[in-house]
Design a protein around this ligand. Structure first.
Ligand code: NDP
Ligand code: GDP
Length: 326
């Protein structure tokens, strides 16, 4: 029988890649989309991957529990992937209450809806390495204590523990992927990797002069979204639900990522990079590095795309986008 998957946050980066993965596996995919006046824009990422026509869209918002119960009842999913969130750390200091409502309580709402309307469905929660924040161990694994450093991370921690709690309280097949940063040509332009590749492409084409960044000494464990959505699916194929770190195990500074991108574009970063104090955050996560051994062992998962390959793909995609516009 055809399996049915419901994805919240389908219009985002991971939603598009996950939709493609599930469609390629023969799933019926329904994506929940919140109402907006920009009616024709929301599926642009799915269009980029060539899957927009094969996904059914349904109206819904994580903030409205009764609506979520109806969505889950109508779709009758075998698998639910909760990817929706206010996902940008910097915005979470400007909109902490909204971030808490969507990213924390929204996750609780969808857990409730699944418990009420499809208790046998398998559930995935998009947890985040930001929960480690001020790191308590040099390499973070599932047992590393959390120390969130932003309203976003605090909200994700609530959602993470709610997922664990629903598994333990109600026997739900609820799993949480503690995902380290993952990027792609479909990454939101406000995130640092995409800001770097987009600006490198603009400088290359003579459309910009400067790349303005904040803390370039910050280190992240960056992987490719296409690899990471595979781990989400694998978690829901296990007999027992669990939590998994999904990471590459390598950490790199923002500065080095700028060098990689600019070298690929044939540019000298020293001529263009400007440090802007306004872009520093009220509290920083200085370094993240994940240990994906459990995912390797239990899920047979590993990343396939290196940072260099990913940044090259992103720069090329941004050059192609900008060139086709002019
Ligand atoms: P995006 O920011 O690209 O996508 C977020 C999605 O959530 C969008 O589809 C957005 O819809 C939707 N959304 C926001 N608010 C609501 C709401 N109130 N109701 C319904 N939908 C809503 O995120 P990513 O794809 O990068 O990430 C997916 C998930 O994984 C997020 O939860 C993120 O926090 C988490 N995560 C991501 C990591 C990463 O490196 N990418 C790392 C760890 C965790 P709209 O298009 O309308 O704005
Ligand atoms: P995050 O790890 O989810 O916050 O992902 P981001 O891509 O937004 O940020 C990664 C790191 O890059 C953080 O430590 C930021 O402080 C740092 N950074 C430095 N300059 C910038 C910038 O201009 N924009 C963003 N988004 N991050 C920046």
């Amino acid at each position: 029988m055809t399996r049915s998957a419901l994805i919240t946050g389908i219009t985002g980066q991971d939603g598009a890649y996950l939709a493609k993965l599930l469609l390629d596996k023969g799933y019926r995919v329904t994506g929940m989309v919140r109402r907006s006046s920009h009616g024709d824009v929301p599926d642009h990422r799915m269009r980029w991957l060539g899957v927009a026509d094969r996904v059914a869209l349904i109206d819904g918002n994580l903030l409205d529990l009764s609506n979520l119960v109806r969505v889950v009842s109508d779709v009758k999913p075998d698998e639910v992937y909760n990817l929706a969130a206010q996902s940008f750390v910097a915005t979470s200091w400007q909109q902490p209450s909204l971030t808490a409502q969507v990213t924390a309580v929204g996750a609780l709402n969808i857990l409730e809806a699944v418990r009420i309307a499809a208790p046998q469905a398998r559930f995935y929660q998009a947890s985040s390495s930001e929960m480690y924040g001020k790191i308590q161990e040099p390499v973070q694994k599932e047992t590393t204590p959390f120390y969130p450093r932003s309203p976003y991370a605090v909200a994700k921690l609530f959602a993470h523990w709610s997922t664990v709690n629903y598994r333990e309280s109600f026997g739900m097949h609820a799993s949480s992927g503690i995902m380290f940063n993952h990027e792609s040509p479909l990454r939101g332009i406000e995130f640092v990797t995409r800001k770097i590749t987009w600006t490198a492409a603009r400088i290359k084409l003579g459309l910009a002069e400067e790349l303005r960044l904040g803390n370039i000494d910050a280190k992240r464990d960056w992987g490719h979204a296409r690899d990471y959505v595979r781990a989400m699916w694998l978690m829901l194929q296990q007999e027992t639900p669990d939590d998994y770190v999904v990471a590459t195990g390598r950490t790199t500074t923002v500065r080095r990522t700028v060098e990689i991108a600019f070298a690929h574009a044939g540019l000298d970063p020293d001529k263009h990079l400007v440090i802007d104090p306004a872009l520093f955050r009220p509290a920083e996560v200085d370094v993240l590095r994940g240990d994906p051994s459990k995912a390797r062992r239990r899920l047979g998962w590993d990343h396939e795309v290196s940072l260099e390959e990913m940044i090259a793909e992103m720069v090329d995609a941004d050059l192609a986008r900008l060139t086709s516009r002019t």
